[in-house]
Design a protein around this ligand. Structure first.
Ligand code: VGL
Ligand code: ZN
Length: 211
């Protein structure tokens, strides 16, 4: 099926930052492979928005902040279960920078998330407490945009949560599968796709847009 991108559609580029790319502290396998594809896809969109994971150095999601805990273990927090991560995307570090290989001169908004020490934020829309809003929904609604197409890192965390919250916010959301890569810890990728399928997130391949 061919998908014709409309002028009001939006490409959301999630967390293409050095710490999630090969060599980074939370490297996603093959994360670098999607950058040229994202650049190509972006030429079809008038509207491009990026998200940037942006943590203080003592962020609650870092295993280093919890005695006796290792990355990829979990802890219970007020807002639910939190996966613990290696320190990553600490503000004003190289790892937090967006990849310089992204060619998105027409991108209109960079939304930072995860800057509150005590709350994680996988989603570009709201933090993990499910209350604190980033402002992205307000921005998109005020601009009266069309469908949302989500790409970036990682499929099973920030891409999935952003897509799911997009649906919850009443948007038509599609994930461009081959323009994402996953962490896939402990079945997280299969679960993310099951959740997205159930919520009504559409799933396409980039060739359906580019052909
Ligand atoms: C992400 C884990 C922690 C992501 C961000 O971008 O998917 N994953 N912080
Ligand atoms: Zn993070």
């Amino acid at each position: 099926m061919t998908i014709a991108i409309q002028p009001e559609d939006v490409l959301i580029v999630v967390d293409v930052q050095y710490d999630f790319l090969p060599g980074g502290s939370l490297a996603v396998a093959g994360g670098d492979e999607i950058v040229p594809l994202i650049n190509q896809l972006a030429t079809r969109f008038n509207n491009v928005v990026l998200t940037q994971d942006w943590h203080p150095k003592d962020h609650i999601s870092f295993a280093s902040q919890h005695a006796g805990k290792a990355p990829f273990q979990t802890i219970a927090l007020d807002y639910g279960t939190q996966v613990l991560w290696p320190d990553h995307c600490v503000w004003q570090t190289h790892g937090a920078e967006l990849s310089r290989d992204l060619e998105l001169p027409h991108a209109q908004l960079i939304i930072r998330k995860g800057y509150n020490r005590a709350i994680d934020s996988y989603s570009g829309f709201q933090e993990a407490d499910r209350e604190t809003q980033t402002g992205l929904a307000g921005y998109l609604n005020e601009r009266d945009v069309g469908r949302l197409f989500v790409v970036g890192l990682a499929t099973d965390f920030c891409v999935a949560w952003t897509a799911l919250d997009g649906i919850a916010g009443g948007f038509d959301v599609t994930v461009i599968e081959d323009a994402t890569r996953a962490i896939d810890a402990d079945g997280s990728l299969a679960k993310a796709w099951a959740d997205m399928d159930e919520a009504g997130v559409a799933r396409v391949m980039s060739r359906e847009i580019l052909e």
